[in-house]
Design a protein around this ligand. Structure first.
Ligand code: S3P
Length: 183
């Protein structure tokens, strides 16, 4: 029973600018599921923006808030079913978060794009990202996180594709892998 519940939550992971939030919304709408952005959950729990948390409590403070928010989301029985979750770019890079997702039987989908494209999207979308300001740091994080990201169950290349096309591709993958997605 618990497994049936957990199989209807999909977590989108990937680097900053991968399109987790926009694709997540489109995917949720195609599936008729709810959508949740973990950064927004953190902001409402902490009553601060992500940038304010980084400024006040540093990255460690943000990571603690992120893990607490993810844990709560995974535990809350009211949000167990039919949910697409966009994780922040660093969430899946943390071992403790990956372990929590693994224990919950979460389905994870990595959204991929080349570094230059990720940088372009981050500059274009107007979101204030504390870890995207320095180009060298951005490139370094991209390399450091690569191995962790590749632990995702599925991978989708987003380069040159429209949001709806990426969402449709994920929907096809999920439907083939988990017939219960289309109940
Ligand atoms: C971060 C990515 C951000 C946000 C925070 C840290 C990261 O989310 O969680 O600024 O460490 O990559 P997005 O990937 O949605 O930009």
């Amino acid at each position: 029973m618990a497994q049936a519940h957990s199989s209807r939550r999909v977590f989108l992971i990937g680097f900053m600018g991968a399109g987790k939030t926009t694709v997540g919304r489109a995917l949720a709408s195609r599936l008729g599921w709810n959508f949740c952005d973990l950064d927004q959950v953190i902001e409402s729990r902490e009553r601060k923006t992500v940038a304010e948390i980084f400024a006040g409590q540093g990255e460690a403070g943000f990571r603690a808030a992120e893990t607490a928010a993810l844990n709560e989301l995974l535990q809350d029985p009211s949000v167990r079913r039919d949910l697409v979750v966009a994780l922040g770019g660093g969430a899946f890079a943390q071992l403790r978060n990956r372990e929590m997702l693994e224990r919950a039987g979460a389905v994870t989908v990595l959204l991929e794009a080349p570094l230059e494209e990720l940088r372009r999207r981050c500059s274009a979308d107007g979101t204030l990202r504390p870890l995207a300001g320095d180009v060298n740091r951005f490139a370094e994080l991209f390399e450091v996180r690569r191995a962790a990201y590749h632990l995702a169950k599925y991978r989708v290349n987003t380069m040159g594709k429209a949001v709806e096309d990426v969402a449709a591709e994920i929907e096809r993958i999920l439907t083939a892998a988990m017939p219960e997605v289309k109940q």
